[in-house]
Ligand binder design. Structure first.
Ligand SMILES: *Cc1c(COP(=O)(O)O)cnc(C)c1O
Length: 355
């Protein structure tokens, strides 16, 4: 007998389309410039040989080291299985299904909206390109329903940075009514722009951080939530009992040592340099229509015909991230900054296409 399991699925999941991660798109190639990962890898070895015991639910060592690194007390930090777990945890903790709503600024990382949808939470979209006053007005008009406002800073996929002034205004409008979540997945590429120091003044500010991007550790799934200690206490009640694998703790512990932090900072300098080189070269290419200013390790580029470029680069084994399906980003492709060889190969192939 063939069972129709679809009948068992909850009704809001039936109509739901899942997040298409770069990895799940399953394309073939040898130059991966599609997931904003670090192209520079460090070779780790683990000493943890016995794994029959559960790990700490929150490792004191890691909390202490991340506290030093981010310059905030360890009571203000929660460790999670990447930022993705934290995005979900905040919605699970603060949003009543079918009652509360979230706001996100479009176009951005899809997981805010998708996660909200999975939990029966409606999301309100505000266009990033709207002027500040229009943004504030929309927030004020919805303030009674809103629990969380997600701001990706630097923003993925555009690379832009919401101004601190605008962010502070949003913190003030929402103070006492909603939490403002700033996703700093890429902040190491412009570390002076971090808003972690604002947590002291604005207790409704939550900052999300990760080891997946600049640290080059996407494989271990380790992220951090930085916020007022009362918020951290509440989140600790809701998070699953042992979210972080022992092996992840072991590698994160090493990655937060001074020597590795130096290595990470050098990587950031190198990638920022490669980005500037790419920007300079992209400007010379005639079928590039627009290059977006970027504060992160990727560049959003508008072409005259992106699907032609995308397919042709694919044929050469260069995998980029198509963004043209998003409203307002027609003909846009996001290019992660690779190592120097990868950047040179990309530009070489792009230039060859016009001839
Ligand atoms: C990559 C990415 C994440 C995912 O972070 P993890 O810590 O790997 O879960 C979150 N937010 C943004 C904006 C990202 O680009």
């Amino acid at each position: 007998m063939i069972l129709d399991f679809k009948k068992l699925v909850k009704f809001d999941i039936k109509k739901f389309s899942s997040y298409k991660s770069a990895r799940s798109l399953c394309v073939k190639g040898n130059i991966w410039l599609n997931a904003n990962e670090s192209p520079i890898s460090y070779e780790f070895s683990t000493v943890n040989k016995h794994l029959n015991r559960y790990p700490d639910s929150q490792s004191k060592d890691i909390l202490y080291k991340y506290s030093k690194y981010s310059n905030i007390d360890y009571n203000n930090i929660l460790i999670s299985r990447g930022i993705d777990e934290s995005i979900e945890l905040l919605i699970k903790t603060f949003c009543n299904p079918f009652v509360d709503k979230i706001i996100y600024f479009y176009p951005t990382y899809d997981m805010y909206k998708i996660t909200a949808e999975i939990f029966g939470v409606e999301s309100i979209k505000i266009f990033l390109k709207n002027d500040s006053l229009k943004k504030y007005e929309k927030i004020k008009n919805n303030i009674n329903y809103i629990k969380l406002i997600y701001i990706c800073r630097p923003n993925n996929p555009t690379g832009c940075l919401m101004s601190k002034k605008e962010l502070i205004n949003i913190l003030e409008i929402t103070f006492g009514k909603a939490l403002v979540i700033v996703d700093e997945a890429y902040i190491e590429f412009c570390i002076l722009e971090s808003v972690v120091p604002l947590i002291k003044k604005y207790s409704n500010l939550v900052v999300l951080r990760t080891l997946s991007k600049a640290f080059g550790l996407a494989g271990i799934r380790c992220g951090f939530t930085l916020a007022n200690s009362e918020i951290i206490k509440i989140l600790n009640k809701v998070i699953s009992p042992y979210p972080i694998p022992s092996i992840t703790y072991e590698i994160a512990n090493f990655a937060l040592n001074k020597s590795f932090l130096n290595f990470m900072e050098k990587t950031v300098l190198k990638l920022n340099k490669n980005k500037n080189w790419l920007l300079k070269e992209l400007k010379k290419i005639s079928y590039v229509k627009k290059i977006f200013k970027s504060f992160a390790n990727y560049i959003l580029v508008e072409f005259y015909d992106s699907s032609f470029i995308f397919k042709n680069m694919n044929k050469k084994g260069i995998i980029l991230r198509d963004q043209s399906y998003k409203k307002g980003l027609k003909n846009c492709i996001r290019i992660s900054v690779g190592n120097k060889i990868e950047c040179k190969k990309l530009i070489y192939e792009l230039k060859k296409k016009i001839l």
